[in-house]
Design a protein around this ligand. Sequence first.
Ligand code: TRP
Length: 335
Amino acid sequence: MGPVVFSGAQPTGQLTLGNFLGALRNWVAMQASHDCIFCIVDLHALTVRQDPKELRERSLELAALYLACGIDPAKSTVFIQSHVPAHAELAWLLSTFTQMGELERMTQFKDKAQRHRQNVNAGLFTYPVLMAADILLYQTEKVPVGEDQKQHLELTRDIAVRFNGLYGQIFKIPEPMIAADGARVKDLQEPSKKMSKSAESELARVMILDDPKEVVKKFKKAVTDGLNQICFDEENQPGVTNLLDIWCVVTGHSKEEALAHFSHNQYGRLKMETGEVVAAALSPVREEFARLRREEGYLDSILRQGALQARQRAGRTLADAYRVVGLPPLPGGDS
Ligand code: TRP
């Protein structure tokens, strides 16, 4: 089956072109050679106040989107975090092996605490411990994540090493896989920033489910510069460089090929063509997504099967961890 890979995304907001090129496409490719587990982390989403109906809807949508992008449930395990109680259970255990000081140093916590001042809840603080539990439950070897999650991965490793040092080899020590290509898709309006689903301007971000016309429109309005030369120069021409990067990732062409292709130095054509290749790449995903959302029974069966598989695997690690710290097994055994 190959090395175990675990990754997850929160069912909040819609996913962007950046998520597609930087994460989902790599997940899909990894399925051929790895034992992949892809999770919809709805418990993590609760750390910010959610509308219940919306949260439920978004979780199912995200599952459909995973499949529409090419995650194959025959090869990979796809499930919703709250369907596997072991995540919350291991998180509790691991929280007793995590220091307050370590959590206080997490930059994401500091950021979010700033942005949600009226709701700095304890779950927001212990968010990285739940993430550690997600990863460690499956003896995960590799965790594909964006640069912004690197610190959480390091904490996960520290917790695992600490626990193993006290009790023996209970957890595999996971390695981060920081996506290189496409992970750097920038905001179309402020190209010095990462493309984010929370960007203020609609024009700044392309969503995976945008229709082709919208995609092309957003690219046409992308911010460039007044230099009228098409080259890779992140510092002086972040907008043009972003368009070139996107064109390369989507078409599979090299930088040299891109420069030759766009040697006419016409920004209008660069924007138009990039918009068109992106629209063409997203179209099949959008259509498959619409089909899956109509087939609710199918999606339900995938999520049920994924959760049952995940429960089995996670249950083994949780039982081992409980045993070694001295929690007594249920007399007579489980079930
Ligand atoms: N914190 C991650 C994010 O915001 C989501 C996540 C939760 C995750 N658990 C995970 C990612 C486990 C990888 C592995 O992107």
